[in-house]
Ligand binder design. Structure first.
Ligand SMILES: Nc1ncnc2c1ncn2[C@@H]1O[C@H](COP(=O)(O)OP(=O)(O)OP(=O)(O)O)[C@@H](O)[C@H]1O
Ligand SMILES: [Mg+2]
Length: 274
């Protein structure tokens, strides 16, 4: 990781706006979203389906061009895929005909770069996959495949890790295990993490701050700070503080959905009446 100028946030989202041009017209997916993610922070993004969480995350990766606004990493504008930013998706996206190790090496082959095999071995050990390198993806469970995706994303030693519902397809226990794993890796590497999730529990367990998006067009409705020290134990999840925070975030998400649905219904009734 290169030395950085700490006067800038690690990742700075400035007035990010994205309009999709579709056959049925233009769709404003995110509208002037601004967020400064500090180095070593874990930030989660939650919000109703369609509120632009994925759009915002992809924009942060440089994979999506914004209609207006900009993203900066360490003060430098991000205009395309960046070697310091890695992504993990809901699906592990492993190539079924390649072994686990060959899958992890694949992006290096494409870039013509040399993988740091000692680091990859260390990561495989960290996620409990030591000895699985020569297996095929079909021989691994969903949770194990997602661990491989995590190793692949971290193999580049990124300074920012973006994750879009990485554990959404896993059962509740495996998901909790993965949350502990992410926390452990974070405590080792202090990688800056931005995570999109539908699970408020997951967001609270992992994050320093939780960003709540409002229903379309996606805007940042609120940002909550999560005050617990790390490592966090599952016991915090039963505290009144967590109960209250969960309730507040749920009301913000559901309340927003209900009021926008009512507005749509009223508008439809008005147009019928006129
Ligand atoms: N490639 C695309 N082309 C056109 N419209 C898109 C495209 N991607 C997303 N959208 C639209 O933009 C809006 C925001 O989508 P996005 O996927 O960012 O939401 P999300 O919050 O991630 O939703 P979910 O929680 O369901 O994953 C939605 O209305 C969606 O239909
Ligand atoms: Mg999404």
């Amino acid at each position: 990781m290169a030395a950085r100028d700490s006067q800038f946030p690690k990742l700075d989202v400035r007035e990010a706006t994205k309009v999709y041009h579709t056959r049925s017209g233009d769709l404003l997916a995110i509208d002037r979203c601004s967020l400064a993610v500090e180095e070593g922070e874990i930030v989660s993004i939650v919000g109703p389906s369609g509120s632009g969480k994925t759009t915002l995350l992809w924009s942060m990766s440089g994979l999506h061009h914004l209609t207006s606004g900009e993203i900066a990493l360490d003060g430098q504008r991000v205009d395309g895929p960046h070697p310091d930013i890695s992504m993990v998706f809901q699906d592990a996206n492993l190539l079924p005909w390649r072994t686990i190790v060959a899958n992890i090496r694949f992006p290096f082959e494409i870039k013509g770069a040399k993988p740091d095999t000692a680091w990859i071995d260390q990561l495989m050990h960290r996620v409990g996959l030591e000895g699985f390198g020569q297996r095929m993806p079909r021989e691994l469970s969903g949770g194990m495949q997602q661990r491989v995706a995590l190793v692949r994303a971290l193999s580049f030693k990124p300074s920012v890790l973006l994750m879009d519902e990485p554990f959404g397809a896993l059962d509740a226990f495996t998901r909790e295990e993965m949350n502990h794993l992410i926390e452990e890796i974070y405590l080792d590497t202090r990688t800056t993490i931005v995570l999109v999730t539908h699970s408020i529990d997951e967001a609270i367990f992992l994050s320093d701050r939780i960003v709540v998006m409002s229903a379309r067009p996606g805007r940042i409705a609120n940002i909550h700070r999560v005050p617990f020290e790390r490592p966090r134990s599952l016991e915090i999840m039963g505290t009144k503080e967590v109960f209250d925070l969960t309730h507040t975030i749920k009301s913000e998400i559901v309340g927003d959905q209900i009021s926008k649905a009512r507005n749509r219904k009223n508008a439809a009734n008005l147009s019928k009446a006129s």
